[in-house]
Design a protein around this ligand. Structure first.
Ligand SMILES: Nc1ncnc2c1ncn2[C@@H]1O[C@H](COP(=O)(O)OP(=O)(O)OP(=O)(O)O)[C@@H](O)[C@H]1O
Ligand SMILES: [Mg+2]
Length: 361
């Protein structure tokens, strides 16, 4: 067993998110062979939750298929510039993802809450910023309603806000700093001001993901918010019907105008399976809208989530549905969407590291 033999075996293994072999990605950092002991150091584009275990397994089984006596150890390290280091960002935050929709009430907050919980379940450190000035819902969805954000004055006199934590997710809401009915009487620029203040004051610590639950629509507030922070990308939530899809077009155009990648479309409330007739599927809000818009704009379709009473109930009771051990195939659909988002984030991060190299040359 030599270093070259092991390297040759590993080079063609494909990173399933990026669709490229490890050799092309420069992912095989170092290989050590000492008798029967093999140690491989991989460097994978961040975030590696969801993918590290699969690639570790693929590498180990490839090596042992050829050298059955080998004792293999795979060490994985993350590479890729965190968003926050690319431009003025939020300290410690690697990936900033907006959860947006054109139309209101399509389940943006519900999906943001569940995707955040699914990411945390995989071991990622996750924050959730509820930026919906008109109807902040994350405090309720995470069982934090009525709580204040802990704040203190730093040495330089600046206010430091600490997010509240629930179910392993750090949650901060504009609802923690302003009264619910206040938004209705404030004008756009002032609302955007509140948002900026909130973003400046919160200290998140190290986060793999920070999800933004944006207010519905494509107006000035949404535009200001998306420009205020360097987003890794945006996930757009829609329902299947034509009238919601029309609003998605506007949303995609808004993000393109400010040069934010649309990571993909999630279709929520896609169908309903009656618990007492599981063989039936009712397309209550129509069919196929999410897929057709993703084709039209050439953006990934990230998956569909059915209408499910327990999803609504989870939001109302303060425990995201996906955390329910009995969440079954509906929970799996949401976990799969979270995995697809991670894959798209990794593609975006790989593109950025490509550009960085090109600029240096
Ligand atoms: N897949 C689902 N199954 C059942 N109920 C759902 C589902 N998704 C969302 N809901 C329910 O629909 C309602 C609206 O959802 P939510 O508040 O998440 O939408 P939103 O897009 O954030 O709304 P807004 O535009 O007001 O911010 C909530 O009562 C929520 O519990
Ligand atoms: Mg909402």
């Amino acid at each position: 067993m030599t270093i070259d033999q092991i390297t040759t075996l590993l080079e063609p293994i494909v990173d399933p998110d990026l669709g490229k072999p490890l050799s092309e990605l420069g992912a095989i950092h170092r290989v050590e062979v000492d008798g029967t002991a093999v140690r491989v150091y991989l460097e994978l584009v961040q975030p590696i939750h969801w993918i590290a275990k699969r690639l570790e397994h693929a590498c180990t089984s490839t090596i042992t298929a050829n050298f059955p006596t080998a004792e293999v150890e795979i060490m994985v390290r993350e590479t890729g510039l965190p968003t926050s280091q690319r431009s003025r960002g939020i300290a410690g935050v690697k990936n900033l993802i907006a959860i947006a929709s054109g139309k209101g009430g399509v389940g943006k907050s519900t999906m943001a809450a569940n995707i955040a919980a699914a990411l945390a379940q995989q071991g990622a450190s996750v924050g959730l910023l509820d930026a919906d000035v008109y109807g902040p819902s994350q405090p309720t969805m995470y069982g934090l309603a009525g709580q204040q954000m802990r704040a203190e004055r730093g040495e330089d006199g600046k206010i430091i806000g600490h997010p509240n934590e629930s179910h392993g997710v750090k949650v901060a809401s504009i609802g923690f700093v302003m009264e619910r009915d206040q938004a209705a009487i404030l004008r756009g620029p002032m609302l955007a001001g509140y948002f900026s203040t909130l973003v400046d004051q919160i200290v998140w610590g190290d986060l793999d993901f920070l999800l933004f639950d944006l207010p519905p629509g494509t107006g000035d507030i949404q535009l200001t918010m998306t420009q205020r922070i360097p987003l890794t990308g945006a996930v757009i939530i829609t329902t299947p019907q034509e009238i919601a899809v029309a609003d998605v077009r506007r949303s995609i155009q808004m993000f393109r105008k400010v040069n934010v990648d649309v990571l993909g479309i999630v279709e929520n409330m896609s169908y309903f399976v009656p618990p007492d007739a599981p063989e039936k599927r009712y397309h209550i809000f129509g069919e196929g809208g999410g897929r057709s818009i993703s084709n039209e704009y050439q953006v990934p379709f990230l998956g569909e989530v059915p209408i499910e009473m327990r999803i609504r109930a989870g939001g109302d009771s303060g425990t995201p549905f996906v955390l329910d051990p009995e969440s079954g195939s509906q929970g799996e659909a949401i976990r799969q969407i979270a995995a697809s988002i991670v894959a798209e984030v990794r593609k975006a991060n790989e593109r950025v590291s490509d550009t960085t190299v090109r600029i240096e040359l």
